[in-house]
Design a protein around this ligand. Structure first.
Ligand code: FES
Ligand code: FES
Length: 209
């Protein structure tokens, strides 16, 4: 038993951990050395997993590339709001309950509060800021305004992003399909019937019906 413990310590000790992960706090000069480097490796049954202290990533957000250095623990929501000042994506529960933080990752709606930014490296992200084009609102944004699809508006960006994902895949959804697609978004003002109506109106205008 003692032998096994010693062997484990040799591979990855607490001292190694503190030396690597604490170095950012001790001196800025050390950080660049660690960026994008495989600082430690953890040997698992599936193979070696690199453990980074910091990593350089590229996020393609609303068709623009952003290159930045992040810590692996940072969520996509945190990076969007706090590092890139894209505050249209809202932070509410931070726990995958409300959908206020919904963005599209390669076209699929995701909770950005539950997605690590490192997982979005080199992926295409769409936020509510990327919907309007040529000075015109997206038809879904327009329909939310026309049909009073919001009250306080805090949930609105998340609902709009889920609606964009739905209408990309289903141009003419039934009300039940709209409800299902938006079931991951909560509206604390209880404005659901107007939200569903707005999505239905948007689907008609996008089809030219
Ligand atoms: S803030 Fe992400 S689900 Fe609520
Ligand atoms: S409009 Fe207020 S939370 Fe939905």
């Amino acid at each position: 038993m003692e032998k096994i413990k010693k062997k484990k310590r040799k591979t990855f000790t607490r001292r190694d951990f503190l030396k690597g992960f604490g170095s950012g706090a001790l001196g800025a000069a050390v950080v660049p050395k660690l960026v994008s480097q495989d600082v430690f490796s953890l040997q698992t049954k599936e193979g070696k997993i690199p453990l980074y202290s910091k990593k350089q990533i590229t996020l393609n957000i609303n068709e623009k590339n952003y290159s930045l250095v992040i810590e692996p623990r940072e969520t996509l929501l945190h990076v969007l709001r706090e590092k890139l000042n894209l505050t249209g994506t809202k932070k509410t529960c931070s726990g995958g309950e409300c959908g206020a933080c919904t963005v599209l990752l390669d076209g699929n709606p995701i909770y950005s509060c539950l997605t690590l930014a490192i997982r979005a490296d080199n992926k295409k992200i769409t936020t509510v800021e990327g919907l309007a084009a040529d000075g015109k609102l997206h038809p879904i944004q327009q329909a939310f305004i026309e049909k009073d699809g919001y009250q306080c508006g805090f949930c609105t960006p998340g609902f709009i992003m889920s609606s964009v994902a739905l209408l990309e895949k289903n141009k003419n959804p039934l009300t039940e399909e709209i409800k299902t697609a938006l079931s991951g978004n909560l509206c604390r003002c209880g404005n659901y019937s107007k939200i569903y109506e707005a999505v239905s109106v948007a689907s008609k205008s996008m089809r030219g019906a």
